[in-house]
Design a protein around this ligand. Structure first.
Ligand code: LLP
Length: 384
């Protein structure tokens, strides 16, 4: 297995903070996911997880499609070499310009989130004299039991169409000449390690297909979204997500109709483990009771701990093995009290200048960085 603990000598002179990506691990992950999915499944990488052009190019080259949620992501996917026909486009607030960009680029499918949006897509497609494929995004009302900010499949939600509203919207799609009702789309949440919500999703999809077919509605594709979780506690033990169990859950649970294609939109599980945020310790501050390791990276570079109370493994990669340890709050320099990576974390005794790696940061890390406090993130490095 690839060693993803980066050798410190390879960036000793570099200004921090920056992201470092292991391209070997990315390749191994892509290969493992492809093998586990099998030849019949289609994986559309969720660009929102990491839109770094180098990462996107590698994923496009591995033959994946792309799942985009904005015109900007469509541009990024096309620029990286993704096949337009393998792009699916979701998002609750697609603007007319973004829809037109998707139509003109010839993307594979629009994942439609409301009756209102369906009408606009149909009107714009008809303006262009084109017929576009749409999948209706359905809220299956399955609780993903994950953080409330990344749960999306419950019934009252800004995302998707509720089960009760589906039939008339599907009929409307069938009646509109400029759209082809191509598929059904689902996504119940993110960072799922327990597969039982997915088994529940499969059962809901089977029931839904039964009831739709009684009313003469058949779709070509079933897209079950993304959400497979990764091991944030021990990325060295589990550098690659459990793709086998994940794909088997759908293969065993779904009753696909003849000719139906199966689609996935994985983001985090593809890129999380290959990326680390590398920073330096600026100060070790001795408070009254606590000791603080103050980094040059903060919530501006990795917002997940501040936004979702997410835990990432933190390593002092300057420390030698077997060094004595100390309990610290590891914090960033940003003027927000939520700019904390961990409270009471155990680290080797840390000094000013030590390199600190924040692991499993390849997904929703660099892509969510901001310039708050007029801060700058240095360009990423790629390690083979
Ligand atoms: N498909 C749809 C419709 C989605 O909304 C998402 C993620 C995905 C696919 C990809 O899910 P993944 O395989 O990456 O779990 N910023 C948050 C995660 C937000 C996820 C949003 N939707 C975080 O850092 O945990």
């Amino acid at each position: 297995m690839t060693d993803i603990a980066f050798p410190i000598n390879c960036f000793a002179e570099l200004p921090t903070p920056f992201y470092a990506y292991s391209i070997d691990l990315l390749h191994q992950t892509l290969q493992t996911a492809t093998n586990a999915a099998g030849p019949d499944a289609h994986i559309h990488y969720a660009v929102k997880a990491n839109a770094n052009p180098v990462i996107l190019q590698k994923i496009a080259k591995a033959g994946f499609g792309a799942d985009c949620v904005s015109g900007g992501e469509i541009e990024a996917a096309l620029a990286a070499g993704f096949d337009a026909k393998k792009i699916v486009y979701a998002g609750v607030g697609k603007t007319d310009a973004e829809i037109l960009r998707g139509i003109d680029a010839g993307i594979g499918c629009f994942n439609v989130e409301s009756a209102e949006e369906l009408e606009i897509i149909a009107a714009l497609a008809s303006e262009r004299n084109k017929t576009v494929r749409v999948a209706l995004r359905v809220n299956p009302n399955v609780d993903a039991h994950t953080h409330k900010h990344i749960t999306t499949g419950l019934s009252e939600n800004k995302f998707g169409i509720n089960l009760e509203a589906l039939q008339p919207i599907a009929e409307r799609a069938l009646a509109l000449p400029s759209v082809e009702l191509y598929g059904l789309h689902f996504h119940i949440g993110s960072q799922l390690l327990d597969m039982s919500p997915y088994a529940e999703l499969c059962a809901k999809i089977n029931d839904l297909q039964d009831s739709l077919s009684k009313n003469g509605i058949f779709v070509n594709s079933i897209n079950v979204g993304g959400g497979l979780g990764v091991d944030y506690d021990d990325p060295d033990k589990n550098p690659i997500a459990d793709f086998d169990t994940y794909f088997a859950t759908f293969k065993n649970g779904l009753k696909l109709r003849d000719g139906q294609t199966l689609h996935f939109e994985l983001g985090r599980s593809i890129v999380a483990q290959c990326g680390s945020l590398i920073s330096r310790c600026i100060y070790v501050k001795h408070g009254t009771v606590k000791k603080f390791v103050i980094l040059d990276a903060g919530m501006t570079e990795l917002i997940r701990p501040a936004l979702y109370s997410a835990r990432h493994k933190i390593q002092n990669i300057s420390a030698t093995e077997g060094s004595p340890t100390e309990t610290y709050d590891v914090v960033g320099p940003v003027c927000e009290s939520s700019d904390v990576f961990v409270c009471d974390g155990l680290l080797p005794v840390t000094q000013r200048g030590d390199f600190i790696a924040i692991r499993s940061a390849g997904a929703y890390g660099e892509v969510m960085a901001s310039n708050y406090n007029c801060r700058k993130l240095h360009p990423a490095y790629f390690i083979n």
